[in-house]
Design a protein around this ligand. Sequence first.
Ligand code: NAP
Length: 214
Amino acid sequence: MNVSIFGSGNMARGIGYRLVRGGHCVTLFGRDAGRLQKLADELGKAARVGTAAVKTATTGSPVHDEIVVLAMWYSGNLEIAGRLAGELAGKTVIEISNALNETYDGLTLACDTSAAEQVQALLPRSHVVKAFNTTFAQTLAEGQVAGQVLDVFIAGDDASAKAKVIGLVESSGLIPIDAGSLQRSRQLEAMGLLGITLQGPHRLGFMSAWKLVH
Ligand SMILES: NC(=O)c1ccc[n+]([C@@H]2O[C@H](COP(=O)([O-])OP(=O)(O)OC[C@H]3O[C@@H](n4cnc5c(N)ncnc54)[C@H](OP(=O)(O)O)[C@@H]3O)[C@@H](O)[C@H]2O)c1
């Protein structure tokens, strides 16, 4: 599949790495052409030969791909959703953020909403799917923790968009877990926060993951 990623930071790298290893084509969008090119070069080297390519574009360029990942901080996701609502109409938009407070020990949103729902409100003609907010960037680069393949919890209201994301995750070597409607993002974002707060006390070094054992 062709996937657009907004952002050139840790998560753009982690998700991009998994996608190109799964044979998908990635286009990176962002503000800093140098950072985008550096990441594009890195992802290009990681791509399975002949199956994936990386292009870079600034946020002024049109978004052609059917699946778009907003891999920025919550504020950046809101800004892009507000600015590109028309352009993102009809597309599946993967929202990955945890709206952390300044001290990273709480969320800035009330518990009766979520970052994904706020982004969906700005993108009424897109299908927002929550995913990747509980997987740490470095674990994505590895695809596993302690020999266990990563679970990616997925929430969304549009069945067809969610199925596309499930397929994308699976083909990228990860385990998709359908967590239900977009409203479940509230709990997924709380899980994301809890995962962060466990790192220091348990000395996990952001190399832990949530796993559904069954
Ligand atoms: N890091 C993790 O392990 C992890 C795990 C789960 C979820 N998340 C979530 O993933 C998101 C990204 O985290 P990260 O660690 O990848 O952050 P990061 O390394 O700081 O990268 C953030 C990226 O967003 C871009 N950006 C921010 N605002 C923007 C805007 N208005 N327009 C265009 N680009 C913008 C930045 O671009 P510039 O370089 O131009 O500033 C940068 O490329 C956050 O919402 C976080 O909650 C992170």
